[in-house]
Design a protein around this ligand. Structure first.
Ligand code: PMV
Length: 313
């Protein structure tokens, strides 16, 4: 049997994080510069059902059954096998690698899940469509995130810009004019579950105030979609800034994020905001493509540990 491999991109959220957990829309786009990969090699000499997993970047070399029952990789593979009604697969080795930084809001967990689900289902001769891959990856997101909205697995599985609302069918939409985003990483890793929990605790104290902020974020997300769809890229910068003010009000921005956001503005970005859970992780800035390298240098000077320049198209 030939070796099979599959990959999945990283993602960023342009508009709507946190509000999306409360039923408002959000927009996320894939970032193809970094990827998770899953490669499968059949092991015809090994006993049927034996699955070996190697992920050198996280020092993992194990069989499936040696992993703890709630290990995300074990859950992912067992869910695919169950969905495909395969009880005893031919023996194989699964090798996982990823260039996506971990726990920084770029969707590394969802990308690994999607790559693994895609590779395993193809290897078994039963490739799944993007929606089923996304649904299965969501099951693993539940372990990482607690109460995930589902946006990460959706954008990563479809590998397209998505307009996402919890519980609604996914909507993709055309990008009239490509635009350039610079991603800056504060280097501060934290858990999505923790940040979502933090916002929830504040929402419980002031539900009316927080619902109003979520509505305002939802309205910016809708305006953002219109601007992207109609190629009004100049309108997007101020919208990113407005969304950032609302994220500050939710309490998820930090001095390190603000430093990077200010540096991006000073270097010529037309708008900037944190992206993802906040409390650390990444910020994004919108800029003319020719200014992107300068903004990237300014972000490093302001403390970024990594930058990625990406085109949304
Ligand atoms: O994992 P991150 O950093 O991209 O954050 C996910 C976005 C949230 O809206 C904060 C949570 C969610 O599940 O949508």
């Amino acid at each position: 049997m030939p070796a099979i491999s599959a990959s999945a991109p990283a993602k960023i959220i342009l508009f709507g994080e946190h509000a999306v957990v409360y039923g408002r829309p959000a927009i996320a786009v894939p970032v193809d510069q970094v990827k998770a990969r899953a490669a499968i090699q059949a092991e015809p000499l090994a006993r049927q059902g034996i699955i070996k997993i190697e992920a050198p970047e996280i020092n993992l070399a194990s069989t499936l059954e040696q992993l703890p029952r709630d290990h995300p990789l074990r859950v992912t593979i067992e869910n695919v096998l169950a969905a495909l009604k395969v009880t005893s697969p031919p023996a194989f080795t699964l090798r996982i690698s990823s260039t996506i930084p971990l726990a920084s809001g770029l969707g590394s967990g969802a990308a690994v899940s999607v790559a693994v689900i895609r590779a395993v289902s193809s290897f078994l001769g039963k490739p799944l469509d993007d929606q089923r891959i996304s649904d299965l990856a969501y099951q693993t997101e539940l372990i990482y995130h607690g109460t995930p909205s589902g946006i990460d697995n959706t954008v990563v599985a479809f590998d397209k810009p998505v307009y996402f609302m919890q519980g609604k069918p996914i909507q993709t939409f055309p990008i009239q004019h490509p635009f350039t985003i610079i991603i800056g990483d504060t280097g501060v890793c934290n858990s999505t579950a923790e940040m979502v929990g933090y916002v929830r605790a504040r929402w419980q104290v002031d539900p009316t105030g927080f619902e109003t902020i979520f509505d305002q974020i939802g309205s910016i997300t809708n305006q953002g979609r219109q601007a992207i769809q109609h190629g009004r890229i100049n309108d997007l910068g101020p919208m990113l800034d407005e969304n950032q003010v609302l994220l500050q009000q939710l309490g998820v921005s930090t001095p390190a994020l603000e430093r990077l956001i200010n540096a991006a503005h000073q270097a010529g970005a037309s708008g900037a905001k944190l992206s993802g859970k906040g409390g650390g992780g990444n910020m994004i800035a919108l800029a003319d493509p020719q200014d992107a390298p300068f903004i990237s240098s300014a972000l490093y000077a302001a403390g970024a540990v990594r930058t990625i320049i990406t085109q949304v198209h």
